[in-house]
Design a protein around this ligand. Structure first.
Ligand SMILES: O=P(O)(O)OC[C@H]1O[C@H](OP(=O)(O)OP(=O)(O)O)[C@H](O)[C@@H]1O
Ligand SMILES: Nc1nc2[nH]cnc2c(=O)[nH]1
Length: 190
């Protein structure tokens, strides 16, 4: 039974990748990330910020963005998830908290996607509770729809916008896979 399910998942994963619609190529993503990096470098050049990446999704974005920022900054991460490998979300679960002391720090949160926004709101609140001097958010992609956790919710820095479809690639997963896909892809419904 277990083998049968694994085969089904393998087939699904291959089908999803094959049928997916590419919204942004890797080159287009890199170009957009470079633009955000210019703004961040201007805003944080003399603030010695700490950039906190939300794992797992923020990993690829952070890797692309951070080396474009030639300013003195610290890097940290936290692991929070509310989708846990599923394609619809629940409550935000904290798995790993940041190790840096955020008190008095200028914090920039990096994540792959702002969808409903519950994840970012919960993390902003936690960083403020730790005494951060400022907390700003930076996302690779903002999904455009009217189901935001707060009306008009936006990240402070957004590289790209996407339509209201389930996305994967550039750090975003499909059932735990395809974070490595080279671009931003939308799942086509079977
Ligand atoms: O705006 P929201 O609706 O809250 O969704 C956005 C969050 O969902 C994804 O994380 P997920 O919980 O899937 O964990 P992951 O980072 O391990 O993929 C993504 O990385 C964001 O953190
Ligand atoms: N991979 C992925 N994670 C998400 N978390 C919230 N929305 C999405 C999405 O469209 N794709």
């Amino acid at each position: 039974m277990a083998t049968e399910m694994a085969t089904e998942l393998k087939q699904e994963l291959m089908r999803v990748r094959r049928e997916a619609r590419e919204l942004y190529s890797r080159d287009q993503v890199e170009e957009a990330v470079a633009k955000v990096a210019i703004k961040l470098a201007e805003d944080y050049s003399e603030r010695f910020p700490v950039f906190v990446t939300i794992m797992n999704g923020g990993l690829v974005f952070a890797g692309q963005l951070l080396t474009r920022l030639d300013i003195p900054l610290e890097v940290d991460y936290l692991h929070a998830s509310r989708y846990l490998g599923e394609t619809s979300g629940g409550d935000v679960q904290w798995i790993v908290t940041p190790t840096a002391n955020l008190e008095g720090r200028d914090v920039v949160i990096l994540d792959d996607i702002l969808d409903v926004g519950s994840t970012l709101l919960s993390i902003i609140e936690a960083c403020k509770a730790q005494g951060a001097a400022s907390v700003k958010t930076c996302v690779l992609v903002d999904k455009v729809h009217d189901r935001k956790a707060q009306p008009g919710l936006k990240a402070d820095y957004t590289a790209l916008e996407a339509e209201d479809l389930y996305l994967f690639g550039m750090g975003m997963d499909y059932k735990g896979y395809w974070r490595n896909a080279p671009g931003i892809f939308a799942v086509e419904e079977a």
